[in-house]
Design a protein around this ligand. Structure first.
Ligand code: GDP
Ligand code: MG
Length: 170
């Protein structure tokens, strides 16, 4: 059939990890080197066809700054999916990502599909977070994991596609 499934999706993670860039790549197919930082949160929507069904993502791109932390539950509560983003060249951003996962597990909806995105995978020479470490962490915590690059357009559509597939299965 041609059903449309609406799905609220939130991106969480440290400022500068590339959340807005992932959204811009997914929604518009673009990348900018000097992406402006997000204030509060920004909303986007994008549809994705999976087999003969359509998922309409309602995307909340959050800021990531600590001063907006208290707003985060508004975005992740009731979310069908969450993408927690870190930057593979920044170990502190991986630590922060794990804190977001803990918060989602404690305060979020247990049915929320959670993805872990190790972004900036094009910057291999500056890597601080081994892919294996993130993969193991994701497996142990019920997330699926992909390294992405908003810049090189690697695994960006794929991560949304995988979420859509899981939503339609659930
Ligand atoms: P946000 O604060 O998480 O929304 O991060 P932004 O999307 O604003 O990105 C922060 C900076 O990282 C910007 O200068 C982007 O151009 C850059 N950036 C984002 N994604 C990538 C990526 O995949 N590779 C590289 N090399 N830079 C990226
Ligand atoms: Mg942003």
């Amino acid at each position: 059939g041609n059903k449309i499934r609406n799905a609220k999706l939130v991106l969480l993670g440290d400022v500068g990890t590339g959340k807005s860039s992932l959204v811009l790549r997914f929604v518009k197919g673009q990348f900018v080197e000097f992406q402006e930082s997000t204030i509060g949160a920004a909303f986007f929507s994008q549809t994705l066809a999976v087999n003969d069904e359509t998922v309409k993502f309602e995307i909340w791109d959050t800021a990531g700054q600590e001063r907006y932390h208290s707003l985060a539950p508004m975005y992740y509560r009731g979310a069908a999916a969450a993408i927690v983003v870190y930057d593979i060249t920044n170990a502190a951003s991986f630590t922060r990502a794990k804190k977001w996962v803990q918060e989602l597990q404690a305060q979020g909806n247990p049915n929320t599909i959670m993805a872990l995105a190790g972004n900036k995978a094009d910057l291999l020479e500056a890597r601080q977070v081994p892919a294996e470490e993130a993969k193991t962490y994701a497996q142990e915590n019920g997330l699926f994991f992909m390294e992405t690059s908003a810049k090189a357009a690697t695994n960006v559509n794929d991560i949304f596609h995988e979420i859509a597939k899981r939503l339609l299965q659930g």
